[in-house]
Design a protein around this ligand. Structure first.
Ligand SMILES: O=C([O-])[C@@H](O)[C@@H](O)[C@H](O)[C@@H](O)C(=O)[O-]
Ligand SMILES: [Mg+2]
Length: 434
C-alpha cells in the first residue's frame, strides 16, 4: 500500500482554460478556450487523486466550500461525499437554484450542478483510493467486463479559425467542414488518425436537408458503419419525423432531434429509428416519464452531471431494467475525464453503442502522456487508479491562461457570445429552430 492513511489532508482546485476549435452547434460556436476544473485530493499518506469537471464559475463556487469540508474525511467515504455536497450546496446561498432550460445538456438545475461538481471529487477520490490500494478504478467499480472501450468519431461543422482571430487555431490540422464533402473529409481524418468505425454528426447548425445530405454522404463514403445525428433538440416533431423517414435506412439512432420528453415521445411514436438523449433524461427524476412514454431508447450518460462513476452504473442498471440502452456523450474535456469515462464504461454490461468523446478536438492536455485511440478504442488500463498522471507544467500553463485578465470573459462558456464575434446580431435561436 502506497500510503498508510486514506484521510484527506488537502484538496487542490485548479481552474484551467483549454484551447477549443471553432466547432459549430445550434447555439453558436465553441469559444477559443473553454473552462474546466481540475480537482486534486491529497491523502495524509501522500497519495494524490485527480478528477475533472466543468469549470464555469457556478461550478467553482460550489467546489470551493466542498473542497474545504473534505479535509479530514476518508477518500473511501464516497457516499458521505454526496451527503456533504448536499449540506454545502444548502449553505452556498450564492448558487442560483433557478432552472435554465436553454443549455445543450438539458435542463440545468441546482441539483445537476451540484452533482457535476461532486463527480470531479468522486473521480479524484476513486483515483486516490485505487492508487493507495494498488487497484485500477474499474476494479473499485466491480471490475472490467471488456478490455477496451469503443468511441465514435464526433464530427462537427467547423470553421477554419475562430472569428475573434485568436492565434493558434488557423492550422489546427482539421480545416473547415461546412458541407457534406467537408464532413466526409473530416470523418476520413478521424478514421486515419484514430481508427474510429462509427460517426456522430453534431447537427442543428444548418437547415435539416443539408444535414441529411451530410449523413447520406457519410453513408456512401463509409457503407454499413453506424451513423448518428444530434441537432440538440433544434427540430420540431414534424421535422424530426421527416429526417427519420429520410435517413431511417442508415441511422444507428437520432440523438435529441426534438427538445424535451413530450416532443421526443411524439417522435418515437412515429418512427422506428431509435432515439437517444443526453438532454431529456439527465437526472433520475426524469426517467419515469421518459421511459413510461417510450420517449428514448438510448440514454447517453455524462458521468459529470449524473454525479460520477458509481451513479453512472446505477443509471445503467435502471436502463437495463427497462430495456433501454445506455452509452455516453461528452462535452469539451481533457484526458482525466476520458480516463474516467473509459473505466466506468469498461464495467457496464451490454454497452451496445460506441461512446462519444470530444477528446480528439483537444490539442492540449494536462497529462504526462495523452490517452490513445487505437482502432477507435481506448484500452482499459490496469494501472492503479485512473492510470493517468498530471503534468504540472502543463497544468500551470492552462491555469495561467485562466488567471490572465485578457481571457477573463472566457471563464464562462457561452457559445452564443462566441458566435457574436462573427455575427453581432446572433442570439440563441428559439426552439424549434426548424
Ligand atoms: O460541444 C458541443 O457543441 C456539444 O453540442 C455538447 O455541448 C453537447 O453537450 C453534447 O456533445 C451532445 O451530445 O449533445
Ligand atoms: Mg447529444
Amino acid at each position: 500500500m502506497h500510503g498508510q492513511s486514506l484521510v484527506i489532508a488537502d484538496v487542490r482546485l485548479t481552474p484551467v482554460l483549454v484551447a477549443d476549435p471553432p466547432l459549430l452547434n445550434t447555439q453558436g460556436v465553441h469559444q477559443p478556450y473553454t473552462p474546466r476544473l481540475i480537482v486534486e485530493v491529497v491523502t495524509a499518506g501522500g497519495v494524490v487523486g485527480i478528477g475533472e469537471t466543468y469549470g464555469d464559475s457556478k461550478y467553482l463556487e460550489l467546489a470551493r466550500p466542498l473542497a474545504g469540508r473534505l479535509v479530514g474525511r476518508e477518500v473511501s467515504d464516497l457516499n458521505g461525499l454526496f451527503t456533504l455536497a448536499d449540506d454545502v450546496s444548502v449553505d452556498a446561498a450564492r448558487v442560483d437554484a433557478s432552472v435554465d432550460v436553454g443549455g445543450l445538456r438539458g435542463v440545468q438545475t441546482a441539483d445537476k450542478l451540484r452533482l457535476s461538481v461532486v463527480s470531479g471529487f468522486e473521480v479524484a477520490c476513486l483515483d486516490a483510493l485505487g492508487k493507495a490500494l494498488g487497484l485500477p478504478v474499474h476494479a473499485l467499480l466491480g471490475g472490467k467486463v471488456r478490455e477496451a472501450v469503443e468511441y465514435s468519431a464526433y464530427l462537427f461543422y467547423k470553421w477554419d479559425g475562430h472569428p475573434s482571430g485568436v492565434a493558434s487555431e488557423k492550422d489546427d490540422g482539421w480545416g473547415a467542414a461546412l458541407d457534406p464533402a467537408g464532413i466526409v473529409a473530416q470523418a476520413r481524418l478521424f478514421t486515419e488518425r484514430y481508427g474510429f468505425t462509427s460517426f456522430k454528426l453534431k447537427g442543428g447548425v444548418f437547415p435539416p436537408e443539408e444535414e441529411v445530405a451530410a449523413i447520406r454522404a457519410l453513408a456512401e463514403a463509409f457503407p454499413g458503419l453506424p451513423l448518428r445525428l444530434d441537432p440538440n433538440g433544434a427540430w420540431s416533431v414534424e421535422t424530426s419525423l421527416k429526417v427519420a423517414a429520410e435517413l431511417g435506412d442508415v441511422l444507428e439512432y437520432l440523438e435529441d432531434p426534438a427538445l424535451g420528453t413530450p416532443a421526443m415521445a411524439q417522435v418515437a411514436a412515429g418512427t422506428r429509428v431509435p432515439l437517444a438523449t443526453n438532454m431529456c433524461v439527465t437526472t433520475f427524476e426524469e426517467i419515469p416519464e421518459a421511459f413510461a412514454n417510450g420517449a428514448v431508447q438510448v440514454v447517453l450518460s455524462d458521468h459529470h452531471y449524473w454525479g460520477g462513476l458509481r451513479r453512472t452504473r446505477e443509471l445503467a442498471a435502471v436502463c437495463r431494467t427497462f430495456g433501454v440502452s445506455v452509452s455516453m456523450h461528452s462535452n469539451t474535456h481533457l484526458g482525466i475525464s476520458l480516463a474516467a469515462m473509459t473505466h466506468v464504461a469498461a464495467t457496464v454490461p451490454g454497452l451496445h453503442h460506441a461512446c462519444d468523446s470530444h477528446y480528439p478536438w483537444q490539442a492540449e492536455d494536462i497529462l504526462t502522456s495523452r490517452l490513445r485511440f487505437t482502432d477507435g478504442k481506448v484500452a482499459v488500463t490496469d494501472t492503479p487508479g485512473l492510470g493517468v498522471a498530471l503534468d504540472r507544467d502543463k497544468l500551470a500553463a492552462l491555469h495561467a491562461r485562466w488567471l490572465d485578465d485578457d481571457f477573463r470573459a472566457l471563464r464562462e462558456r457561452d457559445d452564443a457570445a462566441a458566435m457574436r464575434a462573427a455575427d453581432p446580431d446572433w442570439t440563441t435561436p428559439a426552439v424549434p429552430r426548424w
